[in-house]
Design a protein around this ligand. Structure first.
Ligand code: ADP
Ligand code: MG
Length: 495
């Protein structure tokens, strides 16, 4: 039987503010338990929430970037439930009128991003506060409550059930992750819990119009888990249906060791939460002027940056274009800091060498960042210093191969030495003096009569071996294209 997998995601992304959604307490990660919880977060009697203006600005930026509607007014509502890490007995969220509705995200799932994308519709994005955390460790058999996280501002982004595979779901989650980091509204740090996904999964017979019953997998904090959890869940549901059972709506947890999902609770409905408008908070009004002000303060969106990188006009939107492949452009726009780094390098070297610069950023730079587990903003080699190295390839001082050695030496240096210094100290300057190369070529010809004879009988391989000998004699420093030319010339003379 043919089945279709249907996925809708709910993504909680922590907004990048100094203080909480409704209180002035700090939200720095990793502080001692309860050192960042004020009276509002503890829900002491008589306290009142005050909305953080900065949070609204970040949410509006997200809405504008996906062409969504910014609702004014939007309403804060109480979502009532009991849990030890929620001292108020309710979470302040948005229900009927969220700050953002509609909008779309374009995803690419084809190999190398060469295929056309698919549009995923966004249902809504709303503001809500995070809860605290139960600590089960180190409490002599008891459980402690840490309220540092309580009141942390989250934007919950809800998609329509538009995805049809785990790969599409991962592509969507990655796209949102890039976007929120790009816009500077979230650090997207998944290890610290700043970016978490709930995946709603159902299956139906291929061709059915009606959606199947879904189960919701909670709190997936890596793209790999997201993929594995959806795959397991889809297989599980197909198995149940094929053996005559039915799917009951439920909330499940993913066990990453066993790669299985387990029921956490049967699904609660919205009415179970007794949502109602929070009487402590006024409707949120956002003036059109403020929205315009925010729009003007925003950076170029990632999709536009991508289009510009593959464009071959000289300028697009007043900024340079580079005529790169879609693959290169997607690698470079995976992160705003990578895109900025690349553009700084090209600015120094010139657009003509954009492809060479892209290769370096995607290749050598990315490899060493990855090896050292570093963000590009912490790269020991600055864009300026990389540009100086690439210039030495362009002007023939060193070969591309030698440049890689110079680069890794620059990377490991305490205070990154310049490319020129390293080329000088290590004596890596390419030999481009044709008299010098001619002398070496002649020596190699005299020393290898057999290979010369082979070449004259039409064996191309012999030629490569002779080039190799010349390169070896110069420890790889001879300009390879010059060696080729001179060797050809001398051999033709000989034959
Ligand atoms: P809640 O989780 O609060 O009940 P919704 O009912 O609005 O909220 O749905 C949440 C998510 O579930 C959305 O991302 C939506 O796209 C997705 N979804 C809804 N129905 C299905 C379905 N049958 N299969 C897969 N995903 C679904
Ligand atoms: Mg949900």
């Amino acid at each position: 039987m043919q089945w279709e997998v249907v996925v809708g995601l709910e993504i909680h992304t922590q907004l990048l503010t100094q203080s909480k959604l409704f209180s002035g307490a700090s939200i720095t990660f990793g502080s001692a338990p309860n050192s960042q919880a004020c009276a509002v977060d503890l829900a002491l009697p008589g306290v009142l929430p005050v909305l953080n203006r900065g949070v609204v600005e970040l949410a509006v930026k997200f809405g504008l970037s996906i062409d969504a509607r910014i609702n004014s007014p939007s309403i804060f509502a109480r979502k009532n439930y009991f849990y030890p890490d929620l001292p108020k007995g309710y979470q302040i969220s948005q229900f009927e009128l969220p700050i953002i509705e509609g909008g779309q995200i374009n995803i690419q799932t084809g190999k190398n991003n060469e295929e056309d994308g698919k549009l995923i519709n966004i249902t809504r994005a709303h503001l809500e506060e995070d809860a605290g955390k139960s600590l089960h460790e180190d409490f002599h058999g008891m459980t402690g409550i840490d309220l540092n996280r309580a009141g942390t501002p989250l934007l919950e982004i809800v998609s329509e059930p538009d995805m049809r595979s785990s790969a599409e779901a991962v592509a969507f989650a990655k796209k949102i992750h890039t976007l929120v980091r790009w816009l500077g509204i979230s650090d997207g740090n998944m290890e610290e819990g700043s970016f978490r996904c709930d995946a709603n999964v159902s299956v139906r017979r291929l061709g059915d119009d009606k959606l199947g019953t879904r189960r919701e997998i909670k709190n997936l904090n890596s793209f790999r888990y997201l993929q594995q959890a959806i795959e397991y869940e889809a297989e599980f549901q197909k198995y149940i249906l094929e053996s005559g059972g039915e799917i009951k709506q439920a909330t499940v947890l993913f066990d990453s060791d066993k790669r299985e999902t387990h029921v956490m609770r049967t699904k609660e409905d919205a009415h179970d939460y007794r949502y109602f408008p929070d009487p402590d908070l006024l409707p949120l009004i956002i003036s059109p002027d403020w929205i315009e002000e925010i729009r003007k303060s925003m950076v170029e969106p990632p999709d536009l940056c991508f289009s510009r990188f593959i464009d071959s006009k000289i300028y697009s939107n007043g900024k340079p274009t580079y005529a790169l492949s879609k693959y290169d452009a997607s690698m470079l726009t995976a992160d705003i800091d990578i895109a900025n780094y690349f553009e700084k390098v090209v600015e120094i070297i010139g657009r003509k060498e954009a492809k060479l610069c892209a290769n370096w950023v995607i290749g050598e730079v990315a490899a060493l960042l990855n090896q050292d587990n570093k963000n590009i903003t912490a790269s020991p080699v600055s864009p300026q210093q990389l540009a100086e190295l690439i210039l030495r390839i362009c002007d023939g001082t060193i070969s591309g191969k030698t440049a890689k050695d110079v680069f890794s030496a620059m990377w490991d240096e305490e205070n990154c030495a310049s490319a020129d210094e390293i080329i000088k100290i290590k004596g890596l300057k390419q030999i481009s003096n044709s008299d010098e190369i001619t002398k070496l070529v002649d020596m190699v010809i005299i020393d290898n009569p057999q290979q010369v004879a082979d070449f004259c009988r039409g064996k191309e391989k012999a030629f490569n071996s002779l080039v190799g000998q010349v390169m070896k004699a110069t420890k790889g420093k001879a300009n390879p294209s010059q060696v080729n030319d001179i060797l050809k010339e001398r051999l033709n003379k000989n034959s």
